[in-house]
Every structure is written in C-alpha cells, then in structure tokens.
Ligand binder design. Structure first.
Ligand code: SF4
Length: 904
C-alpha cells in the first residue's frame, strides 16, 4: 500500500485527511471566512475520468446537503499519489453543469433535426435491446458496433461483446496512437513504453509530454523528481511548448523528420561503441536477421554489428541536421547525453510525430533502437514495455472468444493496423462494404473529433448506412445531435470501473465508484441501480450493459443472458457488488490479505481506498525465469518479450512476410508533409493540428466552466518570418486551404514555433446548432450548417460564447468569447498503409481571408475527401498474408476472435 503522508513536520498540518477520518471529516467553509463555519464531510475515493491517466480523486460529500462540495487528490492512489491536474477537480463542474443531460432522450423528428422527448430507462433498454436481439437472431452480428472514445474501463466491454458474440469493438486508436504502437509492437510485441523517469539520468520526450502527455500527471511528477535528482531533459517539438521551455535541450525539428535524428544518434552510438553489447547480443534477434536477410555473411554477432554500422553509414550527423533543420551540435550533444546515461536513459513518445505523419510509426521504432543499443530496457532509470506495469485483473465468468471477423473494422487492406480502421467507416459504408444497424458511440464524438466530420454527418443522417445511433455520453456533443437515443452516462464520480496504467515501475489497480451512491449506502440507504443516486437519472455503463444484455436475450434462448445472471440467483441480473467483489476476491494478488489486515473484505477495502498497490520496483522482467519462455544459449528459460521470436526484433520477419521488406528495419520514411515537398517560398506551410492544451479534454471539458475560464484561446501559431513573408500580423484572419476545403482562423505571431510550420491546438472549435441544447454554452459557438452543393458544406458561426442565465450564477459571468475553429472538419483522411494511423498533419496553403470570409468558417467538399481516401488506399498492401491469414496472429487486437476467424 502506498504510504499516505500524514503530518507536515513542525506545522501541525496534514497533507491529506487521514483515511481513518474519511467518514467524518470537518473543514471550515472557505466562503464563510472570516467566520469559522464547520462543514462535515464523507470523503469517498473515486477515479478521474478526464484523461487516460486515471488519477485518484477524493470526493468531499457534504453530510448536510448530500452534495459533493469539491474533489481533491486521493493520497492512497499509487499512480497519482494525491496529486491532480486542473482537470481532476473540475469533475465538480461536470457533475453540476446546469446544461448537462440528466435523462434518457429519444429522437422525435428526423435524425439531426434536434427534436427530443424524455423516455424511461426501461423503454430505452427495451427498444435498443430488441433491435440488437433481432439482428443477432437473423445472423447480422456484424451490424452491431460499439465505438468508444475514452474507454475509462478495462475489460468489461470486451466481456460484453464476447458474450454477444459480436466482432463490433471499434476504438479511437487510429486517430490517436496507432503510429507509436506499431513502432513499439514491431520490436517487442507490446505496443507502448513505460519510462522510469524518476530514476533516469537523461529523459528524451517527443512532444509536450511533461504538461499534456499520455499519463500526464503521474508522469509529470516523476519527470520532475528525475530533474530534481539531476536528470537532464530534452524535448523534440517544432513548438516551444511549456515542456520544451522546461527542458535542457529543445530540438525544433521539421515535422516527420524525427526518425532521421534518431538514426543519426544511433550511428554516433555505434561509432563511439557506446553500445551495451552484452544486452544486444543476448536480446536482439541478430541470428534470425543474419540468417534471413544476410545469409551470405558470416553468421556472427560481430558481423551483425558490422551490418548495423553499414546500414547507419548514410545517417551522418550533417545529413540529419539538414533533414531535421537543426544544428549538428545539438544532435551530437543529445547523443552524448544518451551515451552518458546508458542504462538510465528514459524516453516517451505516444502521439505527436507518430500520429502526424505518413510513416510516423518509424519514430517509435527508431527511438526504441536507442534503448536497444544502450541496453536501457527494463533497467532502473530506463524504459520498459508497458505491459510490465499494467495490471489486468480477470473478469468474472468470462465468455469464450467468438469466431467472427468484421471487415468494416478490420479490412483486408490494413492487415497490420493498430487497431480498427475506425475513421474510414463513412467511406467504407459509402462504398457499400456494409452497413451498421445499431451503432453505439460511447464517450466519443466522431463528427467533431475525427477528420472530415461532414462525411460523418452524411453517414449518420443516412438510415441506409446507420440504422440506429445510440449515444452514451456524459455531455452533449456534435455527434449526439445525430443520434436516435441520447443516454446520459456518468462522469468520474458517478460510475463503476476498474483501471490500471503504466504510470511508473510498479502495478496498481484503481476502482472508480459512484460517490453519491457510496456515501448514501454508508448512511444506510439502498439503491438498486446507480441512476437512483446520481443527479437526474444519469447512469453508468456497467449496469447499463448488464440490463441491456437481459433485454437482448430476455428468455435466455440466445445464450447471452447467462453471462449476466447473478451467481447467487440466476433469475436476476448480476450486481456490481457481486461482479467487482468476485474480481477483488479472486484475481488481485495480495488484496484479500491486505483487506483482512484492516478487518475488511476486498470490495470493502477498494470502496474505502479506491486503489491498491500490487507491486513496486518492477525491472528486468524479460530476464525472469518462465517455463513457457525463451530458451537461452545458457540453457535457462527466460520470460523474454512478446514478439514472435520473444526477442527484440531489429529486423521484423512479419513486416517482411507481409510485403514491407524495406520497412522491416528501423528506417526513415518521408512524411506526406516533408518540407522538401512544399512550396515554402510560396504560401504552403505544414499545419500541426494535434497539440493539446493542458487544461482541456478532447470533447468532455465543454461543461467544465473552470477549465474554459483558464483556456479559451485558439490562435494559429506562426513564426514572424512566415508572417512577414505572407504579409500578416497578429489578429489577421487567414484562410487555411487543405486538400478538401478550407477554414478561417486568426494569426498569432510568435517565435515559439519554427518557420515553415504553423499550429493550432485541438480541443477548441466546439459548436451547436441550437441555443440551449445540443452543446454547452460555456464552450461552443452557435452555428449554421449549410449544404451548398451535392457534396459541399459550409459551417458558419452565428455567435461565439456569451453569458447565459441558468441555475448557476457563474453562467452570467462568462467573459470569454472565442469558441475556436473546428479545423478537423477540413482534414481529409490520411490512413497510413502500415499502422492505419490517420496522419494528422496537413499541407496547407495560407492566404488572407476573402471579403466574405468570417472567423470560424469551414468549407468542405466531401467528394474531395473521398478522393483523398482512395489515393491513400492505393498505398496499401492488402492481405491475406502467409497461411491465408487476415492479420498476423501474434499482433495485438481488441477482443481477439478464435484462430479460425483469422483465416480467409
Ligand atoms: S492527469 Fe488530470 S485529467 Fe488526467 S486523470 Fe489525472 S487528474 Fe484527471
């Protein structure tokens, strides 16, 4: 268990309320100051849902009013250790937003017309469940699709879809992280890194990870610990982000050229012989590489090292300096830091260049090469595979895998994609590859988040392509507007889920819980369902999917209901206490004993603390003895890695077998926005549209007033060199034209971005079609959407953000006006032919706004988007691959079906 800091020495103060007083905690009311008015609280732990980090929160439930008064950090959470970013406490705004959706709603008029009626949960469940049950009875399993943005849970939905026998899991991964995942997976099977920042001597970050990254707050606090202990920090980013500003080295590379930088550093490490040969010889697949790729050469390790040298000969420092647009001395300085750090070299990349560029997956692949050479994998201060630090508990009564393969999600053209080709759904359905009869969007807003949102609107409003759209969402969104049912689901304090993430070199399990229900139960109240305790009838998915599964198969004849029956009384649905009680009792090592030591059962322990630590100081897992592991030359059998060879694969046989021989080793692929391809002397520039603002969430912070008060600016970053060349000053309106349309935005001249590159953050550009409904007025503009031709659309803002009257007096105090520009609408799809990642960066032509242009205008021709989709499709090498497989069996995918489903 994480130690909870108690007394601050000499102060008489505590860092955190001691857990033994969480059921009766008193604080003075800050608003009554200077009067001392005490308030009594129950403190209930839960888990933040506002990004993927899953930090612990502590809800202060006022004993008098029964309301939550604030959220602070949960000191018992091993990942976040009592700390949060601004988005955690803003859960309070989300709970009590006067505009939130409180009741289930059903569409009344045409889809997208904005007419709704309130219905009961039972009616919603019956109507949706009956439709799914009919599709399954008629063998139309592939017409059921669950499309998730932020999952916020780990395994429950996999279990549900398995029970339904449906290959319908669709995720947001290919607009988020497929690039980095592919690069890591081709080395070791596991698809993400886990860095030991706190113990590192040198930390290398791609992008603004310290302030906004993946596992942001837990990582940020450990990066700062590393820095306090003397670690140096380098950041690679065309933008001078806050992270870059905190760094010892800022490398402002041309977007997409980062692999060139890493390959040049690798060459320097080889030249200097700053290589951990014992590690490389033991763990790299050099024997397989030599035998398959260089059979004519001596089959020795020394020859393999010579091959590495020859491969890297062309990656000189001067070549990389020119390619990346940075100084050769910077490259050498960073290389020396990596060589000096050796096994204490930590790095991280997740989105950034891997998500921005054609071939971006090679960024992670070439970055990992530096860890391989320095042996800094699984070491103290190094970087490990994420799977070592993520704990996955078993779920109760797990159904067997199904044997279906949905080609709308896993098409033949993308056999190596990581994962579902989610953002291509509008083009696939337009081509007639299939339809979806029941389409769930869950905490997902594809119309706004995905590229080419107008194509999503065209699909969602066409009943022939989408039979029924059910939006499970905590907030209004641009996509929910185009639903048949809008079903309100809880924010982080209103639901049950379990989590575990690779925040550091240890394992933990977090438990999210509905705090008003838990507080009520401690007061002796009883609730059959969580929506009885939450505001309005806001529910949670765990109970929703259980009850929906009963409606799909009311008499049990489909064999679905049995997976959701109570173990003690099969005539009723399983309860959340039964479900998670089984998990905590049976599949979390050490938890029963830890709970017993406090006189609690495992569920009681998790309800009390909200998290449990399972292991710490996890290093060198690949060296652990494992009976089904890799037999080493010394005769021992070791855990190894998860690649086909169980080694680190410098040369990937899989890539070779599936037609990508040139790309099978860490190499450099030119981006679709490579600077040499642009008319930089004219008006073409590279647009970076994917950097995050640290205080906003993709689309769920729209109802967090504190967050929008902090962040509500959305200018186009432009270097003064470019501004001079284009005749622009700060505040000028410009048109940015892409390959499918254009948008209009304001310029901000800043030295904080390299010349030739412009940037606009995402999160902003939210809109609604009607006042008072359809999106939050804290954050969205009122717009008109006009279809101006067969395939041409225009979005125009009628007004920006304004004060409004509501139950919350703060809504009349709104002083910010800018809702931003919905730039993603004007981005055509760019599916990378290997990873499947949408390459977000855009080649744009920048011109002054025309007389009729207005701030926020977006104009798009979806037939052009479709043409661009077809052009990128041409780059693919479709399966099946060896053995008639649709996809390599070893490559990860959500909800793996049985082996026979892999064969065409
Ligand atoms: S980093 Fe911030 S938003 Fe993310 S889980 Fe932690 S507190 Fe919540």
């Amino acid at each position: 268990m994480t130690e909870i800091p108690r007394l601050i020495p000499g102060s008489g103060l505590t860092n955190f309320p001691p857990p033994d007083r969480w059921d009766d905690w008193q604080e003075y009311d800050a608003r009554a100051w200077p009067e001392k008015v005490p308030h009594s609280y129950r403190l209930v732990p839960t888990t933040c849902f506002n990004c993927e980090s899953a930090c612990g929160l502590l809800a202060y439930v006022d004993k008098e009013s029964g309301d939550v008064r604030k959220f602070e950090g949960n000191p018992a959470h091993p990942g976040s250790r009592g700390r949060n970013c601004a988005k955690g406490p803003a859960t309070l705004n989300q709970m009590y937003d006067p505009e939130r959706i409180l009741y289930p709603m059903r569409r009344v008029g045409e889809r997208g017309s904005g007419e709704w009626e309130r219905i009961s949960w039972d009616d919603a469940l019956t109507e949706i469940g009956t439709r799914i049950g009919t599709a399954i009875r008629e063998g139309r399993h592939d017409e059921i699709m669950y499309h998730v943005g932020r999952p916020g849970e780990d395994g429950f939905m996999d279990r549900t879809l398995r029970a339904w026998g449906v290959d319908g899991h669709n995720s947001h991964t290919n607009i988020c992280s497929s690039g980095a995942r592919t690069g890591y997976a081709m080395w070791m099977g596991w698809d993400r890194p886990s860095a030991d920042f706190a113990n590192a001597d040198f930390i290398l970050l791609l992008s603004s990870h310290l302030e906004t990254g993946h596992y942001f707050n837990p990582h940020a606090q450990r990066i700062m610990e590393g820095k306090q202990a003397g670690a140096k920090l380098a950041t690679i980013d065309p933008r001078l982000s806050n992270t870059a500003a905190m760094s010892d080295y800022w490398l402002s590379t041309w977007p997409g050229t980062e692999p060139a930088l890493f390959l040049a550093i690798a060459r320097l490490l080889l030249d200097w012989d700053a290589v951990d040969h014992a590690f490389v010889k033991r763990w790299v697949n050099w024997r397989e590489t030599m035998a398959s790729r260089f059979p004519e050469l001596p089959q020795t390790y020394e020859e393999f090292v010579a091959v590495l040298g020859r491969v890297h000969e062309r990656y000189t420092t001067d070549w990389a300096a020119e390619e990346c647009g940075i100084e050769a001395v910077q490259i050498e300085a960073v290389a020396r830091e990596i060589a000096r750090a050796g096994s204490r070299f930590a790095s991280h990349t997740w989105r950034s260049t891997g998500s921005g560029n054609l071939g971006g997956w090679q960024a992670a692949r070439t970055l990992w090469l530096l860890h391989v050479l320095t042996g800094s994998i699984g070491t103290v201060g190094g970087t490990a595979p994420s799977a070592w630090d993520k704990f996955k508990p078993e779920h109760w009564n797990m159904p067997p895998p199904h044997s279906r393969w949905n080609e709308l999600l896993w098409p033949a053209e993308y056999p190596l994609a990581h994962h579902e080709m989610s953002f291509l759904l509008p083009y696939f359905t337009k081509e007639g590859r299939g339809r979806v009869d029941v389409y769930f969007t869950r905490v997902y807003n594809p119309v706004w988040t995905n590229p080419d949102g107008f194509s999503w609107m065209e699909m969602l409003t066409d009943p022939a392509r989408i039979g029924m759209h059910v939006a499970l969402t905590p907030t209004w969104s641009e996509s929910a507007w185009f639903a048949d049912y809008v079903l309100p689901m809880g924010v982080g304090s209103e639901r049950h889920d379990t989590h575990s993430y690779e925040t550091h070199m240890g394992q933990w399990l977090g438990f999210r819980q509905p705090v008003l229900r838990v507080a009520g139960e401690r007061d002796g109240k009883t609730f059959a369902r969580t929506h009885e305790a939450n505001p309005g009838e806001v529910w949670e998915e765990t109970e929703f999917w259980i009850d929906l599964s009963w409606k799909i198969d009311p008499d049990g004849s489909l064999g679905i209901r049995r997976w959701f029956e109570s173990p003690s009384d099969p005539s009723r649905p399983v309860t959340v206490d039964e479900y998670y009680g089984w998990m905590f009792e049976n599949s979390v090592p050490g938890l029963p004993e830890r709970a017993a030591s406090e006189g609690l059962d495992p569920l009681g322990f998790m309800r009390k603390y909200g998290a449990v630590e399972i292991a710490r100081d996890i290093y060198q897992v690949h060296e652990r003895e494992a009976p089904d592991g890799l037999r080493m030359e010394d005769g021992s059998v070791r855990h190894g890695f998860q690649s086909p060879s169980k080694k680190l694969e410098w040369w990937s046989e899989t890539m070779h077998d599936w037609g990508w021989e040139a790309e099978a080793i860490p190499t450099y692929l030119e981006s679709h926005v490579h600077w040499r391809k642009l008319d930089l002397a004219g008006n073409e520039r590279i647009l970076l549209p994917i950097f995050r603002l640290p205080t906003l969430i993709h689309t769920r912070s729209g109802n967090a007033k504190y967050l929008y008060e902090i962040s509500h600016g959305h200018p186009l970053w432009m270097n003064p060199t470019d501004a001079e060349a284009l005749g622009l000053i700060t505040g000028d309106l410009v048109r940015l034209s892409t390959d499918s349309g254009h948008f209009v935005i304001r310029v901000w001249r800043t030295e904080g971005i390299r010349p030739g590159v412009v940037a606009a953050s995402h999160h902003m550009g939210r809109w609604r079609l009607r006042d008072g409904i359809g999106n939050e007025r804290w954050s969205s503009a009122l717009v008109d959407i006009e279809k101006t031709g067969d395939s041409t659309w225009r979005l125009r803002q009628k007004k920006g953000i304004e004060p409004f009257a509501s139950d919350d007096p703060d809504s009349e105090r709104i002083w910010w006006r800018d809702a931003g520009v919905h730039q993603n609408l004007a981005f055509p799809p760019h599916p990378d032919p290997v990873s499947g990642m949408h390459a977000w960066h855009q080649r744009v032509r920048i011109t002054k706004a025309e007389p009729d242009d207005r701030y926020g205008d977006v104009v798009v021709d979806t037939s052009r988007s479709f043409e661009v989709y077809r052009q990128w499709l041409e780059l693919t090498k479709p399966g099946p691959g060896p053995g008639g497989l649709r996809r390599p069996m070893w490559l990860d995918r959500p909800i793996k079906p049985t082996e026979d489903a892999y064969r065409v």
